[in-house]
Design a protein around this ligand. Sequence first.
Ligand SMILES: NC(=O)c1ccc[n+]([C@@H]2O[C@H](COP(=O)([O-])OP(=O)(O)OC[C@H]3O[C@@H](n4cnc5c(N)ncnc54)[C@H](O)[C@@H]3O)[C@@H](O)[C@H]2O)c1
Ligand SMILES: [Zn+2]
Length: 338
Amino acid sequence: MKTTVRHSRGAYEVELTDLASVLGQLGGQDFVVTDENVRDAIRLASDHLAVQPGEGSKDVQTLGRVWEWLAGRADRSGRLVALGGGVVGDLAGFAAATYMRGIDLVMVPTSLLAMVDSSVGGKVGIDLPQGKNLAGAFWPPVRVLIPIDALRTLPARHFANGSAEVWKNGAALDERLFESLLAQPLQADAKNIAEIVFQCIELKKAVVEEDEFETTGRRAVLNFGHTVGHAIEQAMNYEGILHGEAVAIGMVVESRLAENIGVASPGVADTIQKGLQSQGLPTRIPGGLAAASLIEAMRRDKKARRNGLAFAFVSQIGTSKLIEGVPENDVLKVLENQ
Ligand SMILES: NC(=O)c1ccc[n+]([C@@H]2O[C@H](COP(=O)([O-])OP(=O)(O)OC[C@H]3O[C@@H](n4cnc5c(N)ncnc54)[C@H](O)[C@@H]3O)[C@@H](O)[C@H]2O)c1
Ligand SMILES: [Zn+2]
């Protein structure tokens, strides 16, 4: 399965394939950046740089390591191959965007989240002590190769984490996808996994082609569950919870809110909650998180507007609606009743 994503400077092909074929294609001009878990899981034998696994590697220091590693090896015709989850994609992608003012980037996503979300769209970057993804660029890859069989070694919690974005795509954009997930939660070794990953890429492609630089508001439909999800992640200092887990909770909370203010049809929140629970995802705000601190975090989020808060709500399964200026009191009420 293959598709082409167009952007302002050209286009790139996204292809579903397997690890053996990806590794077999690597040549002398390919410089592989990965992390230690992925290296061990796939028994990578060829030359590479492996950073420490985890969000902590999306920092200035590790970016410097990647630059300096490249500087001993690659000229402008080199290709940086980002082989790993979203952390490696963002970090190595930003290194590719900036090394010698930009070299070719090949994305090889190995986590479900990276396959369905971060490897397509061209956003790369690192975190700063002041906040996540504060330094970055739009740097589209020249190719995305998706080794579906890499999912076999992905730890279950990270598989469920990535599946939250698949559920989000179904709920916000594609009723048929959502129905198929309800009938059968996603599994790494299921026959239809490649097909579902491909559907998600087609959905993301359509959105990013319309709104490459996040200026028209179209990309905002991908943010269902994310206003509350980001607030939970921030309020917890990004500890003890993964992004997809926070988004799963966010989807349920935001849907209850949407029902309360008459944007969503009654029953939407229950249907989404039931589905996410069947996937093993959390759907309730962790104990001890005060509603007021979540509201505070939402105000700080870059998507917040001057009057009230902004949400990408699901009005009915498969359809989403961007609503700005939601009164904080309505948000507070739903947070307190969770
Ligand atoms: N650029 C974008 O558009 C975009 C979009 C969404 C998320 N992101 C970023 O993505 C990051 C999260 O990505 P993630 O969830 O993939 O996290 P991750 O890269 O940390 O990967 C999750 C864990 O799984 C391990 N892993 C990955 N693939 C594996 C495999 N095949 N076998 C065994 N272990 C494997 C990793 O070592 C890590 O421990 C965040 O930094 C987030 O900001 C970026
Ligand atoms: Zn997300």
